[in-house]
Write a protein that binds this ligand. Sequence first.
Ligand code: FE
Ligand code: CA
Length: 543
Amino acid sequence: MSARHAREWPIAPTRRAFLRLACGAAGLVAAPALVGCVAGSGAGSSAAWRQGNPFSLGVASGDPAPDGFVLWTRLAPDPLAADPTTPGGMSGGAVTLGYEIASDPTLRTIVQRGTAIAEPRFAYSTHLEVTGLAPGRPYWYRFTSGDAASRIGRAVTAPAPGAKLDRLRFAFASCSHYEYGYFSAYRHLTDENPDLVLFLGDYIYEFTSRRRPTLRQHSDGITATTLPTYRNRYAQYRTDPDLQRLHAEITALTTWDDHEVQNDYADQWSETFDPPEKFLLRRAAAYQAFYEHMPLRPSRSLPNGPAMRLYERFAFGDLVEFSMIDGRQYRSREACYRRPNLGGGHLESAASCPELIDPTRSMIGLAQEQWLFDGLARSPARWNVIAQDVLMAQLRETDREGTKGFWTDNWNGYPASRARLLQHIHDSKVANPVVIGGDIHSFWNNDLKLDFDDPASPTVATELVGTSITSPGVPYELFASFLPENPHVRFFESRKRGYVMVDLARDRMTARFQTISDVADPQATLSTLRSFTIEDGRAGALV
Ligand code: FE
Ligand code: CA
């Protein structure tokens, strides 16, 4: 359906058209796709949607707290509308939505209802910060607008602060390029029904594959660089039924990596050597589109130009604290960033590039480092998960030309920053630190050592890296050839797509590396590649 059609009003002056006039007179302007404004709150409103399902992008929940969570939706009766002035087929003023939250899956027992605003400046998305609920339990919810209702979503609150919690199941996922396969991994992840899902970045890809035809295609066939093109990218991914159901059923914690903006960018420095002031305009558009589509708290994450606060801590009773890290916004520039083609990740060594080991450089910015250090030192939780975007363990690499070095786009490009973090974890005796990540499209289980070059050095934390949902893996034979020089790597596999499912108990963490049979098969089946156990009080997985 075109945006133009969505602008037409009914020809006959229906009762609903009169309602619209009445509402307009009250100062509320309805979107043209919506006949009549929402009169009153909740399901009792009486306006009608002329065409299209305004809830075509589904619903999502995130950022759980002991008394609530964030509920998300975005009105988009025409989700991939080409006209940049009508995002999702919407135009006109803000729309008031109704919402209902119930203690049962069929919404029989409503515990809260009210209204939320979908504003045009945020593409008619809404981010409802719900409070006043009971801790440590599921709720069910839906949004309504006129005669339309969203699917019913499920969301969980966190346990009361410090409450004894025996178990938590969480999944983590990254790197879901739509063009490289079906989201079967997301479907199986949902079927496993974890309490939480953590998105660790490359949730969308800004670029479109040049190698055509791919299995599925980005609708616009271009690289996203502007607000309308980033918006449509998220909208297309969210129309995928597997991803949409995941968000409807599982509460999310979210961070990003590079492809939400541009490959291998760092703060204001683009891979393509754009002038920083120009690149920051692109970053602002990308961050805003991310905000518009994720269940994030406006009180923390409302974008402000190119700036958006994403990092945050989430505690689940006395069992675990998650530190969600922003690995891109505050980064120092890639080491030895130079033309013609070294704007992004590339191999360098201290000999080729003294900047690599400059102690003033940081992976996450000195302010976020301090925030993370303070939180870890104070955390009363039994397990402390640092959830971030990229590989942390040292990885000595050799490229096909025989050049030896470290990849500059992950923590290997920021070794002083990594050393500060691991030294802090060691010195402040952080309880059971586990680092999780993605980006490298392969599974890894690594010992994070105080000194990676000394095998006798203590292991201070455990690292688990999840493979991609769909994106092609790094070359297996090449990366396997690095392993003898990296003895702290306990496991590596890049030939499988999937995610990681973690069962956390007081005395152990069990991580299953879950893989799908075939990324090209929409009905792909699931199996467990390996599972690893980390025991309370002992860094490093049992293998
Ligand atoms: Fe990726
Ligand atoms: Ca990445």
